[in-house]
Ligand binder design. Sequence first.
Ligand code: ZN
Length: 134
Amino acid sequence: MKPTHIEHIGIAVKSLEESIPFYEKVLGLECYSIEEVKDQKVKTAFFKIGDVKIELLESTDPEGPIGKFIEKKGQGIHHIAYAVDDVNEALKQVEEAGVQLIDKQGRKGAEGLNIGFLHPKSTIGVLTELCDNK
Ligand code: ZN
């Protein structure tokens, strides 16, 4: 597996509405998309900086993954997503390397991209996502 770049950095926030002004007004980025990912019980907001995106994640359900994350750790960096040519192939390769997976197979994430998560137990504490590089 050889990632082409960091696709995005996922940041857990309590409220998109309260967080977006920092990214837009202070950092001068533009929110180009807000999308609900029902599967993940989140609403996402995306910003682009060069090839890299910032993905803000607001929980839509306290029992969802972001709701639980914020309750345990508070707001902050939630995951790093690496762009790869083929998510399913990359998941197979990291599993063969002994990494514990959250997703054995790619699934649809925000922006319609194929994504898969590796378990933070196997990735030195950083929740790691693999993501299509399209
Ligand atoms: Zn992500």
